[in-house]
Design a protein around this ligand. Sequence first.
Ligand SMILES: Cc1ncc(COP(=O)(O)O)c(C=O)c1O
Length: 394
Amino acid sequence: MKDMSYYEVTQYPKLVMLDLNLLQQEFPQDEDLYYLNHAAVAPWPARTARAVQCFAEEIISKGAKDYANWLTKEKHLRKQLQTLINAPSINDIALLKNTSEGISIVACGIDWQVGENIVSSNEEFPSNRIPWEAQQEKGVEFREVMIQVDDPEQAMIDACDENTRLLTISSVQYASGRRMDLERLGKYCSENQILFCVDAIQSLGALIMDAKAIHADFMMADGHKWMLGPEGIALFYTAETARKKLTLNQFGWHMVENYGDYDTKEWVPTSSARKFECGSNNLMGIHALSASLSLFEAIGMGNVEQQVLENSMYIIQCLKHHSKIQVLSPVGTGEYGGIVTFQVKGQDHGALHRKLLAKNVICAHRGGGIRFSPHFYTSRKVIDKSLEILFSNI
Ligand SMILES: Cc1ncc(COP(=O)(O)O)c(C=O)c1O
């Protein structure tokens, strides 16, 4: 545990709303650890670990005697996620195992016609590329638009035509950190009867997300990055009209209307997003993610977003002043989120990454450079120390 002086008010220059005691309790990370890797796998807050401990102790002593309480927690998590993304209804929220599963359900659920196309970008993580490429055998074209241009949204719009069935994009690109104008893309899609799919894993928990405002038909995000939860429990949002268009490819006891009636042989899929959950849910993960999200509720997503952007801009400014460093991430307002990726002249970035890891600067080697991804709670002291270590190793 760190001493209390660690979280001084000055560590958060612009943000006076953060409860520093709360942060100190929730993130008792090792004092010599500089964790700038929330775009990969994030540390949990202490409350999440406690929730998992309690769940484990309960199942040791009582088994599933109080299963009904677990189902109440599951319902609560759906409500938390509905609120987090401003979805119209709790019925629009399914709980899946990961982002890739959500994308695959959409990609494999559409009744593709030969000659249709899918528009995406050339910066997507494989999870938002491979499920679409797999549809090519059905005569569907997958268009990867070059988005390293002045107006990437326009480039994507220009790539659409009368045969475009769906546009899919990451809200923030995993390597470059490029943040897309989802409202603009979603508006275009809704006006042109194109389905709009958003891989939100690199922004949910970091930036305010509004499924209604961006006209999203589908949105998915696993819990282990910016939401500070475990791996293997993911949000899958489907707008009601879009949900009806998906053919089901997974079946089981959990997705039927008469859920819990094991005797009747007749069944129909339920109309809610639960129809995408074929069997038992990850109830341990559900307890954990619910606990993690309660922290965001306590702090407020407006505060979280403000501090995430503040931290990114601070890093961008510090890096820009170093003659050997080139920031690769877009830096204009609205063009970045929590990811800052950069290159260092004359460096082997794999080797530099290994050096940083050895000095406890936990970051990633992505997009041909080094990726820093601090969260809202990351103190100025942690960022400064990471930069000091970086500068002394180049
Ligand atoms: C943009 C993006 N989508 C999807 C994933 C993977 O998600 P999952 O493991 O939940 O399928 C990642 C992981 O880095 C990612 O950055």
